[in-house]
Design a protein around this ligand. Structure first.
Ligand SMILES: Nc1ncnc2c1ncn2[C@@H]1O[C@H](COP(=O)(O)OP(=O)(O)O)[C@@H](O)[C@H]1O
Ligand SMILES: [Mg+2]
Length: 390
């Protein structure tokens, strides 16, 4: 029996990248046509496990396919240093081995003395701009462009993002073919955009990454199974898709566990899918729910726990009552949680969870500890039935 085709871990490209074709095609267009398009500066916003990193990978592949030079980075505290000391020098050596003399000949600097100077007085921001400009020139000579991707953007590294965006702004103004695509959690992207030094990014095309539709989800599950030589009955397929709620992380987890349930059988059965869904929901708890809650304040968590009492959308007034606070006070936390992308407005005065199964997770893990005193009498006695797919 062939190997499990699903890829249930962060950053691993799935066998079928469902529901993102149009997006990737828009990027591919601007790389191949060379025409300027708003996508040339984009920010991808989305929750953990929604598929930001693998989308970045697909965009990078499209750029490479068009011959573009690609710089693929993750936001971190030594970003500018690593770009100027390692990444850009390597790319320049690779694409333009003789370039040092050619581009700097006017200044009469030999390649040896340039590298000595760089080593002696490292000027990260100026070097970043100079090196990127040179790379863009080399790319332009070859009639291609430069794509820079930056994953896991967040507020703590805004000092590193600032010089990069300033350099990008200059390059685009000089009409070089340069594109920038960043990705991060909703709250983190907003934090970076609020910084004064990132005005350039505020004009970026914001791409809100969302869950997949039911059809896209079924395709993401069915095609890899068939390609890898097994089958799945229509009923089992629909159950698996519904249990995933179209959430990409869950799609891969359920697919993978369902495949592994009885690998010696040809067909993946509804029984296997139910077992897989239960397992996947636990994995979702430790990989998505738990880390999504850790950065929140205790009151943010209490707000979410208070919401978990409802079976559907919660009224702000009810949440405030359960928290034992004024509605006005609760609305501050409503706003904070919407910014973090964890809840969404759901009609007048109501809010709902954005992450699938967060309600169940909170009921099991958080509610008891945060709301014990006030919640005992009102908390529903029945456990959520995770064997039911939806
Ligand atoms: N469009 C998609 N179709 C199917 N699976 C996907 C899709 N996007 C992401 N995945 C899967 O979801 C999981 C999370 O993707 P990842 O890009 O790491 O998310 P993020 O970076 O947003 O946290 C991975 O297992 C990946 O293979
Ligand atoms: Mg990621």
């Amino acid at each position: 029996m062939s190997d499990n085709p699903f890829r249930p871990s962060f950053g691993r490209t799935p066998p079928v990248l469902a529901g993102r074709d149009d997006l990737v095609a828009r990027f591919a267009d601007t790389f191949t046509s060379g025409a300027w398009a708003p996508e040339r500066t984009s920010l991808i916003r989305g929750l953990r496990g929604i598929g930001k990193t693998v989308l970045l990978n697909a965009i990078e592949d499209a750029a490479r396919g068009a011959g573009w030079f690609v710089i693929s980075e993750t936001a971190r505290l030594d970003l500018v240093d690593s770009l100027t000391r390692t990444v850009l020098p390597r790319l320049l050596r690779e694409h333009d081995p003789d370039g040092l003399t050619r581009h700097l000949i006017g200044g009469g600097i030999s390649s040896v003395s340039l590298s000595t100077r760089v080593a002696e007085e490292h000027r990260p921001e100026q070097d970043l701009r100079d090196q990127l400009t040179r790379l863009c020139r080399v790319a332009a000579d070859q009639r291609v462009g430069v794509l820079i991707t930056l994953d896991e953007i967040h507020g703590d590294v805004v000092d590193q993002i600032r010089p990069l965006t300033i350099a990008l702004q200059h390059l685009q103004r000089e009409e070089f073919d340069v594109a920038f695509v960043g990705a991060g959690l909703p709250g983190s992207i907003d934090e970076v955009l609020q910084d004064k030094g990132t005005t350039f990014l505020r004009r970026a095309t914001l791409i809100e990454l969302d869950s997949l539709t039911l059809d896209e989800t079924m395709r993401a599950l069915r095609e890899p199974i068939h390609t890898a030589g097994r089958t799945i009955a229509a009923e089992a397929l629909e159950q698996a898709a519904l249990a995933s709620r179209g959430y990409p992380f869950l799609v891969q987890a359920i697919g993978s566990y369902a495949w592994a349930e009885s690998p010696e059988e040809d067909e993946i059965t509804p029984v296997a899918v139910r077992a897989a869904s239960r397992r996947a929901h636990r994995t979702m708890g430790s990989n998505i729910h738990a880390p999504s809650l850790t950065k929140l304040s205790a009151t943010d968590r209490t707000f979410l726990a208070a919401m978990a009492h409802d079976e559907g959308p919660s009224r702000l007034g009810d949440v405030a009552n359960r928290m034992g606070v004024e509605t006005k006070y609760a609305s501050v936390y409503r706003h904070r949680l919407i910014t973090a992308g964890l809840i969404d407005g759901a009609g007048w005065g109501k809010v709902e969870f954005t992450l699938p199964y967060l309600r169940d997770y909170l009921r099991e893990h958080v509610v008891a500890s945060t709301l014990q005193r006030t919640a005992k009498s009102t908390f529903p006695k029945t456990e959520p039935d995770l064997r039911r797919p939806d």
